[in-house]
Design a protein around this ligand. Structure first.
Ligand SMILES: [Zn+2]
Length: 403
């Protein structure tokens, strides 16, 4: 398994190195623009320093920031046993040594993400909308996908790549503004005719780069992100052996046209499906952080022979209609044959869905410090934390309860 992870990384590494090259290039060109002699190297130095600072901050605080801005609350086994058990199951199935923390985000849009750059400190967060909609088997698929991001160390890679994108964007922006406000090089005055021409060339190159580099970096970043999504899907199926459960989950998630309230462009790539559907990131394939869901579902439903990486690769090529190098050769040669479970009856009845919704509602109230009192008339009364009186009347039977 760990051999595979390294191989996976090497592939995404090529794209990652491409971004690094862009960062160094803009550092060099912008530096040369201001100081033709040694400025290029000073520029590279500053570009790398900026990237290191951004990376350090997000390496140590990224998880907390992400969980914080998305309004995630940690849950224990008592609060949501099913979710907790599913995470534990997938942790065991993947023989990952550390249990991720489990979080719930109070949001009706169904979605999920994984975070944590160190294996011993990871977390999986799901929205209440997801818990309301999915059956146990479907939830398993989603959690397996998130668990796969953790095992494949995707969070680490996406953190460094994301900060590289950030650094390139910031530097280009600052350069363009400097140009707009400050004009050209300070060394214009001493220039002879030929060096003036060189200046002009550098200026044009710098201008073109300042506009194109952020766009190119974004495309590279999205390409890495999409690759990691497919790989996480392939690993998820290998864990659950039940592609139909995961396909059904993705279908339910994509049928909801709700946008996640607390997602933004920075956090979007972290989620299992793009949380910003309505805010218009649906453009072309190239500018998307996620592969089209319909395609992911079709690949999963094409897995008939087994749940091994080889099988996923075959289904992937069938759906895409072309050869691909998605899965590294070391994983394709994995001789283990993993059978898939045949579709179960996972259709929930209307009553089951209603009770699931009620349960999730109760969990959220517990997370928000609500108290629960069971009245003898059968009514379950939820008391908000702001309620300060020492007793209250049951709204159904009128019995008085002391808190
Ligand atoms: Zn994902």
């Amino acid at each position: 398994m760990w051999e595979l992870i390294r191989a996976n990384k090497r592939k995404s590494m090529t794209l990652f190195v491409g971004m690094g090259f862009l960062l160094i290039l803009i550092g060099y060109v912008f530096g040369s623009f201001y100081e033709p002699d040694a400025g290029g190297f000073i520029g590279i130095f500053f570009a790398l320093i900026l990237w290191s600072i951004l990376s350090t901050v997000s390496y140590f605080g990224g998880s907390k920031i992400l969980l914080g801005v998305s309004g995630a609350k940690e849950v224990s086994q008592e609060i949501h046993p099913q979710l907790f058990n599913v995470v534990e199951e997938m942790k065991i199935a993947s023989s990952f040594p550390y249990m991720p923390k489990v979080y719930i985000i109070d949001d009706p849009a169904p979605n999920a993400f994984a975070t944590g750059v160190k294996p011993e400190k990871t977390a999986i967060a799901v929205t209440s909308g997801l818990l309301e909609r999915l059956s146990r088997y479907e939830l398993q698929g989603v959690v397996a996908h998130e668990m796969s991001h953790i095992i494949n160390r995707d969070v680490l890679l996406m953190t460094f790549a994301g900060m590289m994108l950030g650094a390139i964007t910031i530097i280009s922006e600052v350069f363009l503004r400097g140009l707009y406000f400050g004009g050209g090089s300070r060394y214009k005055s001493k220039s002879s005719k030929s060096s003036g021409q060189a200046q002009l060339i550098i200026m044009i190159v710098a201008l073109v780069l300042a506009i194109l580099a952020p766009i190119l970096a974004r495309l590279l970043y999205f390409a890495i992100s999409r690759k990691r999504e497919y790989l996480a899907d392939a690993s998820a199926v290998r864990l659950t052996r039940y592609p139909e459960g995961f396909a059904a989950a993705l279908e339910k998630i994509s049928n909801s046209d709700l946008d996640l309230q607390k997602a933004n462009k920075i956090t979007a790539p972290m989620y299992i499906v793009n949380p910003l559907k309505k805010k218009g990131m649906k453009l072309s394939d190239l500018s998307s952080t996620h592969p089209p869901i319909s395609e992911r579902i079709r690949i999963l439903r094409n897995l008939q022979q087994g749940a091994n990486f080889k099988n996923y690769q075959q289904a992937f090529e069938m759906v895409k209609g072309k050869k691909s190098d998605l899965i590294p050769p070391s994983a394709l040669n994995d001789p283990a044959s993993i059978g898939i479970l045949q579709p179960l009856v996972t259709q929930q009845t209307f009553e089951e869905m209603k009770s699931a919704k009620r349960e999730v509602g109760d969990v959220l109230m517990k997370l928000n410090d609500f108290k629960f009192v069971n009245c003898t008339c059968g009514l379950k009364i939820k008391i908000p934390p702001a309620f300060k009186q020492s007793s209250f009347k049951c709204p159904k039977c009128g019995r008085v309860h002391n808190i």
